[in-house]
Write a protein that binds this ligand. Structure first.
Ligand SMILES: Cc1cc2nc3c(=O)[nH]c(=O)nc-3n(C[C@H](O)[C@H](O)[C@H](O)COP(=O)(O)OP(=O)(O)OC[C@H]3O[C@@H](n4cnc5c(N)ncnc54)[C@H](O)[C@@H]3O)c2cc1C
Length: 424
């Protein structure tokens, strides 16, 4: 039987997985990557540790993608977290799971994952061509017939390359975030050329900029076990519990990133967004009052600023003192019930008004993308153009932090790879 010829565009998580699977299933595969090396983004995932996936059960897993998550059900039914772990183990990459079900390579080195995948695709017979960019698809009578490419030599400019004839193409070009890794949104243009609808793209899992200089004063401080609420146009909205970080421009860290999607959408609609931090989420108002009374009584002759040591991280103390307006040197026994109430309210509701969000350069993923309504979830094939497949972040799917996005890229890549090799 004649081998099916396939071109996979993009050697990221989805493209590497797809190319190897397609080749293993009998296709002749060329994997085109515009960067000099494969998996540039994969190498920096999880702060270089690569949070590969999550051991959450499939229904919980899907919830981490919001309403669009159901599109992934078929891909997850074929290749899910335990399959990914087994697969990587078979390549010699040992894994371990951590807090929150997050799975990492045991070496804690993203490089190990990329190198193992790159070596595997070569063993499968994939021809990997770096420094090769796909500029457009060639489509005739609703069918893929080829791609036009450009190539770049080290230290020079892109040169128009050749048109490669092929009848099956997989777009695995990723999103538009962290463009320095090669994911510059090319896949949206290619899919649009094929007539696909692109849901408006926006940065997601992105840090937030806040008004004023309080965040900057706290730069570098990371808070664990806080509850963060969004207040949009004065109405309480989503909330999340966990860890956050102050930066020179505002707020970041897992809880902020996971709430950022709603903030980006609200800001686009010119709504006012306030982030409220509950520094003592385990204590309700009564319990917190009792705790403060106890602290103030047992250290009655100590200064207010000294008593705060037992309540707050060092860096937060001057900020707290200035925002609640209590004299730092006032002895604890002189603090009035009105002042105590001010402190209590601040501890439960430390507010920042959001001024904006960081750009695609700093967004972990891209929300929006190729409409999943136009993709068959059983195969990842385009419903519009014969011979066209799409996988990974180029699709309109975006998940929380925790290993969800890489699993989605690997699962859709796996399914697309198997499907292209077996297509009629
Ligand atoms: C800093 C950071 C940390 C992250 N950490 C995690 C994490 O720990 N866990 C997790 O689950 N997710 C994480 N993510 C998200 C995750 O990396 C992405 O969702 C995932 O890489 C998407 O895979 P992909 O294959 O679709 O796209 P990508 O990995 O972006 O790969 C796309 C590839 O296509 C290539 N390409 C693009 N256009 C062309 C073209 N025209 N021609 C040829 N090649 C092209 C690009 O160069 C790139 O190599 C992180 C993201 C970032 C930015």
């Amino acid at each position: 039987m004649k081998k099916r010829n396939v071109i996979v565009i993009g050697a990221g998580a989805a493209g590497l997985m797809a190319a190897g699977q397609a080749a293993k299933a009998g296709a002749k595969v060329i994997l085109l990557e515009k960067m000099s090396r494969p998996g540039r983004k994969l190498r920096i995932t999880g702060k270089g540790r690569c949070n590969l996936t999550n051991i959450a059960p499939v229904n919980d897993f899907i919830c981490h993608f919001g309403p669009g998550g159901k599109f992934l059900r078929q891909a997850f039914a074929r290749f899910f977290s335990e399959d990914l772990i087994d697969f990587l183990n078979s390549l010699g990459v040992k894994t371990k799971s951590e807090r929150g079900g997050r799975v990492f390579p045991a070496s804690e080195k993203a490089e190990e994952v990329v190198d193992a995948l790159a070596a595997w695709v070569i063993r499968c017979g994939v021809e990997l061509r770096g420094r090769t960019r796909v500029d457009s698809l060639v489509i005739e009578n609703g069918k893929i017939t080829g791609v036009t490419t450009s190539t770049i030599a080290p230290g020079s400019d892109w040169k128009k390359g050749v048109t490669l004839p092929v009848d099956t193409i997989l777009i695995a070009t990723g999103g538009a975030s962290y463009p320095a890794t090669g994911s510059t949104g090319d896949g949206y243009r290619l899919a649009e050329q094929a007539g696909h609808t692109i849901e408006p793209i926006r940065p997601a899992l992105v840090p937030l900029e806040t008004f004023g200089d309080v965040a900057a004063q706290l730069q570098g401080l990371s808070l664990r076990n806080v509850k963060v609420r969004l207040i949009i146009d004065e109405h309480p909205s989503a909330s999340a519990f966990g860890e956050m970080l102050f930066t020179h421009f505002g707020l970041s860290g897992p809880v902020i990133l996971s709430l950022s999607g709603q903030v980006v959408d609200a800001l686009k609609e010119k709504r006012k967004v306030v982030v409220s931090i509950d520094l003592k989420p385990a204590l309700d108002d009564n319990a917190l009052n009792a705790r403060l009374l106890r602290d103030f009584e047992s250290h009655s002759n100590q200064k207010f600023k000294t008593v705060l040591n037992g309540l707050l991280p060092q860096k937060l103390i001057p900020v707290c003192i200035s925002l609640v307006g209590i004299d730092a040197d006032k002895p604890a026994h002189q603090i009035t019930s009105v002042e105590r109430k001010r402190l209590r309210l601040w501890l439960k509701d430390f507010q920042f008004e959001v001024a904006g969000h960081r750009t695609f350069d700093e967004a972990i993923i891209t929300a929006g993308g190729v409409s999943t309504k136009e993709i068959d979830p059983r195969t990842m094939q385009s419903r519009l153009i014969q011979g066209l497949y799409l996988a990974g972040e180029v699709l309109d799917i975006d998940g929380d932090t925790g290993g969800y996005n890489l699993q989605a890229a690997f699962s859709t890549g796996w399914l697309a790879g198997r499907s292209v090799a077996n297509s009629e």
